[in-house]
Unconditional design. Structure first.
Length: 311
């Protein structure tokens, strides 16, 4: 169990949020953008960025508050999702989770709840902004499946959230690639457990405590990558989708990049693999030397034939 100076740090973060929001009179571009966001969303992002400092603080003697116990992410790479589970889509129709894994395309998933006052909306907005900056399109190259882990939410909320996301995405014809689901408590519990997603209702704050992450899954329903945090680099999202697509989407350049890059979980992005680059360089060097040997052998044979003909 992690321990640390969590509550004092949280109080300090809240004070910092208030101080930063008070700087709204500064006419900077960043300030204008921040003022356009709600106070709750802004504080959520600041807390998310600063909380790792608390977890790394020295003299960890104070345990985390009970309301956060269990609201954590436990990574389960290559875990198989229970595709037989049934949910309701945004139209109220009953659908099997596996129905979104039958198109031989990777699936980008998120576990949220639609009435979340803190992390969920900024998380989905960040996801959309990253999606807008890559050429891969939902419904064509991959599917987007967003599941509410709140059993009290229904299709009406899902439909409203889908409309907002599709409008923000601003790409014609992409609506068919967005699927927002709600379900019963049993189905939700099985899915979240399989994905390593922990959440807990905090009565004091009247909201759920939960991690912020996106899941990139293979067409067969296995977890390929966890994209943690609130900011998703477009290049990382694209490479994760291409990798999960198992060669079925993306360009030749994407496939080559997949050979040279490895995913670094500690950084949450793909980095160039020196070992792979050296191996590829060695193979290319051998091929080049082989071509040179063949060329010289061919030239030698031609000279011998010319010499014999002259004799």
């Amino acid at each position: 169990m992690r321990t640390g100076t969590y509550m004092p740090f949280t109080n300090a973060c809240q004070a910092l949020c208030s101080w930063l929001l008070a700087l709204g009179s500064r006419e900077t571009r960043a300030g204008q953008e921040l003022r356009a966001k709600s106070q709750e969303h802004f504080c959520a992002v600041v807390l998310l960025l600063l909380c790792p400092l608390a977890l790394c603080a020295a003299d960890r003697t104070e345990p985390l508050p009970n309301e956060l116990q269990g609201a954590e992410l436990i990574e389960k790479p290559d875990a198989q999702l229970p595709l037989e589970l049934e949910f309701l889509d945004e139209t109220g129709a009953k659908v099997a989770l596996g129905s979104f894994f039958q198109q031989k395309r990777p699936v980008l998933m998120a576990l949220v709840y639609f009435e979340c006052p803190m992390l969920c909306t900024p998380l989905l907005n960040s996801m959309i902004e990253s999606m807008k900056q890559i050429t891969l399109t939902p419904g064509k190259d991959y599917e987007v499946v967003i599941v509410s882990f709140d059993p009290l939410e229904g299709p009406a909320l899902a439909a409203k959230k889908k409309a907002n996301l599709v409008e923000a995405y601003e790409r014609v014809g992409a609506a068919q690639g967005f699927h927002l689901l709600t379900g019963e408590k049993t189905a939700i519990a099985r899915l979240t457990s399989a994905m390593g997603f922990g959440y807990k209702w905090v009565e004091r704050d009247r909201m759920y405590a939960h991690p912020a992450t996106l899941y990139v899954c293979t067409p067969s329903g296995r977890i390929s990558r966890y994209l943690k945090g609130m900011v998703y680099e477009p290049a990382t999202l694209r490479m994760a989708l291409v990798e999960a697509g198992q060669g079925k989407i993306g360009t030749v350049t994407d496939q080559i990049a997949g050979i040279c890059y490895d995913f670094d979980p500690s950084k949450g992005k793909y980095t160039m693999s020196a070992l792979k680059v050296m191996r590829i360089g060695g193979i290319l060097t051998l091929l080049f030397l082989g071509v040179i040997v063949l060329v010289f052998r061919g030239m030698r044979k031609r000279r011998l034939k010319l010499a014999e003909a002259g004799a």
